[in-house]
Design a protein around this ligand. Structure first.
Ligand code: UD1
Length: 363
């Protein structure tokens, strides 16, 4: 089968790495990068580290308003689909690249495969929630990461083509965290030395990322979050997403932060290393909540709700408001049930299951 895969944002490169490796054993894949994420440390580093094949097309769309960004991607993807005439279009997750690919294909009747289907936050103000609901609605094959996701689709009347295959991100964590054993702590710390100057690598640290629109739309919110980090009992390693960078720079000019290590966005292997070894993770990222869960690191999620509700069981993940006191209290909460953890996200064979289903569909 010929499949056109559309990716564009950082988490999609990771998911596509897990699936592409298997997919290309029996199918022809044409990879399209929309250019939604374009900085080297948001894009190129993942292609290199995860050995993702170079994209066949790069639309170079870049930043813009939601409509502008999505519309430009749709025009580019449509042209490619008309030229390549694939059997399927494959998209991942919930970004503007996902939606653009799905709408472009849907209008010219190319069936859509949605990987990571059925997730819901039930917060329609999030662009990601709009993207995933609309994409699920027009998809032909819906590969869900959990039973919860299957149930959400059923509640919306979507049952045909739906299957819980497990989470492709879990495939990636399990596959690439094996490689971490090959590296010593020194390897990682040495690579970070420019940033970490003066901090003892043997000491403990927290890992934090904040980039959601709802947490970064005012300086006050970012300041409240940074205030919480400043008061924690160990340094906070904070890779700063481009969306957050402007406000962080502004706040560094105004306040003195001595407990926060602001660093550039990291590659995937560094992120896995620091996630695995952090005291706790504080984030508003979807992927990082789950990576922390799989790697047994407690997580505090700065959001009102999470799509990954399974992580909340046993307090492996705790929701916090973007408020200094709330974040501080939740980070210091210690009643975590490590004993009763389950494999909610599969055992690392989601990509195998997806490829097996595609083989069956072909027959
Ligand atoms: C997007 C996804 C989000 C995902 C996140 C992962 C949507 C609506 N949101 O959010 O679901 O969790 O990616 O990172 O698609 N920018 C750069 N360099 C880059 C990329 C972005 O400077 O390489 C800047 C842009 O100027 C833009 C801002 O970051 O203004 C946000 O980028 P955008 O792609 O709109 O959304 P994300 O916040 O990254």
């Amino acid at each position: 089968m010929k499949i056109v895969t559309v990716v564009g944002a950082r988490p999609q490169f990771i998911k596509a790495a897990a699936v592409s490796r298997k997919l290309r054993e029996n199918h022809k894949e044409i990879l399209v990068h929309t250019g939604q994420h374009y900085d080297a440390n948001m894009s190129e580093v993942f292609f290199k580290e995860l050995s993702i094949p170079q994209p066949d097309y790069n639309l170079g769309v870049g930043s813009g308003s939601h409509a502008k960004q999505t519309a430009e991607m749709m025009v580019g993807v449509e042209e490619i689909l008309l030229k390549e005439r694939p059997d399927y279009l494959m998209v991942y997750g919930d970004t503007n690249s996902t939606l653009a690919g799905a709408i472009a294909a849907s209008k010219i009747l190319i069936p859509i495969i949605h990987v990571e289907a059925g997730l819901r936050s039930f917060n329609m103000a999030m662009p990601e929630e709009q993207n995933r609901i609309l994409t699920d609605r027009v998809s032909k094959l819906l590969f869900c990461p959990t039973d919860t996701a299957v149930r959400h689709l059923k509640d919306e009347g979507i049952v045909n083509g739906v299957c819980n295959v497990g989470d492709v991100m879990c495939d990636a964590v399990l596959y690439y965290s094996k490689n971490l054993e090959n590296y010593s702590d020194d390897y990682f710390w040495n690579r970070q030395i420019g940033i970490f100057g003066g901090v003892d690598p043997a000491s403990k640290w927290y890992l934090a990322t904040i980039h959601r629109a709802e947490n970064t739309n005012t300086a006050q919110k970012v300041e409240a979050i940074l205030n919480a980090f400043e008061n924690l009992d160990a340094p906070v390693l904070f890779p700063v997403h481009p969306r957050t960078k402007g406000l962080v720079k502004e706040l560094i000019g105004k306040n003195k932060y001595t407990n926060i290590l602001f660093v550039e966005p990291m590659g995937y292997l560094d992120m896995l290393f620091f996630t695995k070894n952090a005291i706790k993770v504080v984030t508003d990222s979807g992927g990082l909540q789950k990576e922390a869960y799989i790697l047994d690191t407690p997580c505090i999620t700065v959001r009102d709700q999470t799509e990954w509700v399974e992580t909340l069981k046993g307090n492996h993940n705790i929701l916090a408001k973007p408020d200094s006191d709330d974040i501080f209290q939740k980070v210091n909460y210690t009643e975590i049930d490590f004993k009763n953890k389950a494999n909610h996200y599969g055992i690392g064979d989601a990509a195998d299951k997806i490829c097996k289903i595609l083989e069956d569909v072909k027959k």
